[in-house]
Design a protein around this ligand. Structure first.
Ligand code: DX5
Ligand code: ZN
Length: 216
C-alpha cells in the first residue's frame, strides 16, 4: 500500500493554457498527473495522444500516470515511453493476450497497471498481480469525465486489497467529496479526480477538501 495521493485527470483542464494548469497543480502540491488517452475505437471518444504527453513531460517532473483507453496498448507502449510516461495502464478488455503486453511495458521501464471497467470482474486481473504495479478500478465506464460514481468499484477495491495487501490500488471516475472517503476505506491509494477539481474555480481549495476526506 502506498501513501494516498490525489491525481488530477487533465481531461477537463484548460488546454489553451496547459503550462499554467500544470504549474497550478504543482503549486497546489499534487504528486502526479493522470493523463487520459482515448482512441475513438476502444471508447467512443477521442482525447489526446503522445504529443500532449510529451508537452506535459517537458513542463514538469511530476510522475505521469498515462491511462490508455485504446484498442492496441502494446502497439503504442514504446511511443508513450518515449513521450515520458512513468506509469502506463491499459484495459484488460482491450487485449486478448494480457501477459505479453505487461512484459512489453515492463521492458520499457515504466510502471505497469491493468484497468477494469465497471462490468469486468476482478478475475481478469488476479492472475497477473505479481507482474504489475497497479490495478486501476474504474468507477465509471471509460470514455468521458463527469459521470456518476458506480459503487461496484468499492467491492472490487476491497476484494483486491484482501488478495494482495501491498498492491497499489487506483480508483477513477466520479471521485468527489461524496465518494472519496468510501474509496479510501475500501483500500484505494491513488485517487483520480477530474470534475471535482476542474469544475471548481479554486483548484487548491478543492484539492484541500478532497485531501481532508482521504486523511480522515
Ligand atoms: C474517464 C477517465 C477519467 C475522467 C475522470 O474515462 O478515465 O480519468 O477524466 O473524470 P471525473 O472525475 O469527472 O469522473
Ligand atoms: Zn482515467
Amino acid at each position: 500500500e502506498a501513501a494516498p495521493a490525489i491525481l488530477p485527470s487533465l481531461l477537463q483542464c484548460d488546454f489553451g493554457n496547459l503550462e499554467r494548469e500544470v504549474r497550478r497543480l504543482e503549486d497546489d502540491g499534487c504528486q502526479g498527473l493522470h493523463l487520459d488517452v482515448m482512441d475513438g475505437v476502444f471508447v467512443p471518444n477521442i482525447s489526446y495522444g503522445m504529443p500532449i504527453v510529451d508537452a506535459i513531460r517537458k513542463l514538469t517532473d511530476l510522475p505521469l500516470d498515462v491511462h490508455l483507453m485504446i484498442q492496441d496498448p502494446g502497439g503504442y507502449a514504446q511511443a508513450f515511453s518515449d513521450a515520458g510516461a512513468d506509469l502506463l495502464t491499459f484495459h484488460v478488455e482491450a487485449v486478448d493476450e494480457i501477459a505479453p503486453v505487461i512484459d512489453n511495458v515492463r521492458s520499457l521501464n515504466m510502471g505497469t497497471g491493468l484497468v477494469l471497467n465497471p462490468g469486468t470482474a476482478i478475475d481478469a486481473v488476479t492472475p497477473f498481480l505479481d507482474q504489475i504495479d497497479v490495478v486501476l478500478v474504474m468507477s465509471v465506464d471509460a470514455g468521458f469525465g463527469g459521470q456518476a460514481f458506480n459503487p461496484v468499484a468499492i467491492d472490487k477495491l476491497k476484494a483486491l486489497r484482501a488478495i494482495k495487501p501491498d498492491l497499489i490500488l487506483e480508483i477513477d471516475g466520479g471521485v468527489n467529496l461524496g465518494t472519496i472517503g468510501s474509496c479510501r476505506e475500501a483500500g484505494a491509494d491513488l485517487f483520480v479526480v477530474g470534475s471535482a477539481i476542474f469544475r471548481s474555480s479554486d483548484y487548491a481549495a478543492a484539492l484541500d477538501r478532497l485531501r481532508a476526506e482521504v486523511q480522515r
